[in-house]
Design a protein around this ligand. Structure first.
Ligand SMILES: [Zn+2]
Length: 243
């Protein structure tokens, strides 16, 4: 438990041998990936995207993933607390318990071989829409940031279940983000940074859409208009936006 802190007592450790100096060891790479999971969870928390202890973060690693543990405050985490879950769902006996939502994280990697990071949050406005079972339509061109002409909302299933994992797979099959009915949202990316950025964009769009709905029926972009944006995002990435 407290042995994470004892690693500070390493003043007597010998410097690494010269032959190993150039290439980081597998252990160092894994440690850096674990650190990045923690940093992303902290950034998610600091940005207000995950009220309370909601939300979890993972990154593809070897034949499985590294995911935030269950029931621990992010600011108390050290790299060894991050949990490796193999592709068959198994976890090493000595490791922490993975986030209760590990099934849909793992399912997302199986569904989307082209993506390597997952961010799940209960961000306020995305969750408000999800509780009304409302997908986010093409009311704004930035909806294309999730890779389609809408951000879908998948049906409700109890947290942590295989049923929920199956729904999330459906939602992510052709989109990089979806809402989860009566629950929250999930975003995926090539990196932890891009998954977090998309989760933040989904929340931003959800907040705008809630306001738009309060003014009456939204005026949506048509298919051709959205295809144009999708093509530009595909060619130039989201940098094509007018920022
Ligand atoms: Zn959740």
């Amino acid at each position: 438990m407290a042995d994470a802190r004892s690693t500070g007592v390493s003043a007597t450790r010998k410097p690494e041998s010269k032959s190993k100096a150039k290439k980081p060891s597998a252990r160092a790479l894994e440690n850096a990936a674990r650190r990045e999971v923690i940093d992303t969870a902290l950034a998610m928390s600091a940005s207000g995207l995950s009220p309370g202890r909601s939300g979890n973060v993972s990154v593809r690693w070897q034949d499985g993933m590294l995911i935030t543990p269950s029931g621990m405050a992010y600011d108390s985490l050290s790299p060894k607390d991050v949990v490796f879950v193999a592709e068959d769902g198994s976890v090493a006996a000595k490791s922490r318990k993975p986030s209760s939502e590990w099934r849909f994280h793992l399912a997302a990697y199986a569904e989307r071989a082209d993506r390597a990071a997952v961010v799940h949050t209960h961000s306020l406005h995305a969750t408000v829409l999800a509780c009304q079972h409302k997908p986010i339509p093409a009311f704004h061109y930035m909806v294309a940031a999730a890779g389609g002409t809408e951000i879908p909302c998948v049906p409700y299933a109890s947290f942590g279940t295989e049923e929920l994992a199956n729904y999330v797979c459906e939602g992510l099959r052709r989109h990089d983000a979806c809402l989860m009915a009566n629950h929250g949202q999930i975003a995926i990316g090539n990196t932890l940074g891009s998954a977090l950025e998309l989760a933040s964009e989904v929340e931003n769009l959800a907040a705008q859409y809630v306001q738009v709905l309060s003014l009456g029926k939204p005026k949506l972009l048509n298919g051709a208009e959205m295809q144009d944006v999708l093509a530009r995002f595909q060619n130039y990435g989201q940098k094509a936006q007018d920022d």
